[in-house]
Design a protein around this ligand. Structure first.
Ligand SMILES: [Zn+2]
Length: 370
């Protein structure tokens, strides 16, 4: 994998860049839709292609549980299994192990957990999650980290930082020894909860190794917006500019703008598709709830400024009707529109950085999305 910064804004840290992976190039800042189990819920890959996404994200934990590594190995990797030939990033599964499994026990050497599905026992070590991602065939792999909830005590956060750094060191050595490091890149994850000194310590210790990129983890887990923003700024200061910077699990327009201003290049989040399935849609005029009675006889498009298939063809009244009827097409149309919105939103951000007008675009959108 290669990364280069193309344009840098003069008045803030926003930048555009180009990531080159073995399955193709990605213009940054980029939003990565989430195909947790190897598919984007309610959409097809034909839709994803049509919208124009250059990279998607999938999830190591879920793929490991089902269909399982044997099937993925027989299929020749996830790209072949799901017939998708563009870049793929997988998270390490750490977040899911800590948040989903009923019982998880952290050891120095890894984390023991019970499957959320059938209660069977499993062990993830730094090496094991890389082996799984090798079978998946991810272009960008993530290290195993210990994600903390919010709030946590300083002591717990410090322990999680120590473990995250130790595991990252083991991952780095294993990756260098046993992988084609050009074909499969490896990102480290900065933890430290909402403690500025721990964020700084975690970043500087991870930088002792030359990872392909650095992610900000452990944020957007329930902390107040101000703390999220403060930690974003602090963490990013410590990541060198020649590395891609990835903000994990953040997908609201306002928080993306803020993070881009501080230099973030990559985002992923299930939120745009999750809220779409509940009838909440992003538009150029703000968030709307398609269920609202005000839409019952509104025959105007969902978003007059959106060029997507849904906005070109269907009225708010119709979209409200099919939502209320529980039609599958409602999930499809709503998800399609919200992902199209995200793609266009990031295109506009990138264009504005290139044109030197990012702060104007920042202001325009943060007036709409607080
Ligand atoms: Zn649309």
């Amino acid at each position: 994998m290669k990364f280069e910064v193309i344009t840098k804004d003069n008045s803030c840290n926003a930048r555009t860049g180009r990531l080159i992976t073995s399955h193709g190039g990605i213009s940054t800042p980029v939003f990565m839709p989430v195909a947790t189990r190897g598919t984007i819920r309610a959409l097809t890959f034909r839709d994803i292609e049509e919208i124009g996404f250059e990279i998607i994200l999938s999830n190591t934990y879920h793929l490991y549980i089902r269909p399982g590594i044997d099937i993925l190995e027989k299929a020749g990797g996830l790209h072949k299994f799901m017939n998708y030939d563009k870049p793929l990033l997988t998270d390490s599964g750490g977040f899911q192990v800590f948040s989903l499994s009923d019982l998880c026990k952290v050891h120095e050497y890894g984390v023991e957990f019970k499957s959320h599905l059938d209660g069977s026992s499993h062990l993830f070590t730094p090496e094991k999650v890389l082996d799984i991602q090798k079978v998946i065939g991810s272009d960008i792999m993530m290290v195993l980290d210990q994600c903390t909830n919010y709030p946590v005590t300083r002591e717990e956060a410090k322990n999680a930082v120590d473990r995250t750094v130790n595991w990252a060191g083991l991952s780095y050595r294993y990756w260098k020894d046993s992988f084609d490091t050009d074909r499969q890149a490896l990102f480290a994850i900065v933890q430290g909860s909402v403690y500025p000194d721990l964020r700084e310590e975690c970043a500087s210790r991870l930088l002792q190794h030359d990872f392909s990129g650095y992610a900000i983890g452990g944020l957007s887990v329930g902390e107040p917006k101000e703390l999220y923003r403060e930690m974003t700024g602090i963490t990013l200061q410590h990541i060198p500019d020649n590395k891609p910077k990835y903000m994990m699990g953040v997908g609201s327009p306002a928080e993306i703008l803020y993070a881009v201003m501080y230099g973030v290049d990559m985002f992923d989040c299930v939120m745009p598709t999750r809220i779409a399935r509940n009838g909440t849609l992003y538009t150029s005029l703000g968030r709307i709830n398609i269920k609202s009675a005000a839409n019952s006889d509104d025959f105007s498009p969902l978003d007059p400024n959106c060029g997507c298939y849904v906005c070109r063809n269907f009225s708010r009244a119709y979209l409200r009707h099919i939502f209320r009827m529980g039609e599958i097409s409602s999930l499809i149309y709503n998800s399609y529109h919200n992902l199209f919105f995200m793609k266009e939103f990031l295109n506009e951000i990138r264009g504005s950085i290139e044109a030197g007008t990012f702060l104007q675009v920042y202001k325009k959108w943060t007036d709409i999305y607080k």
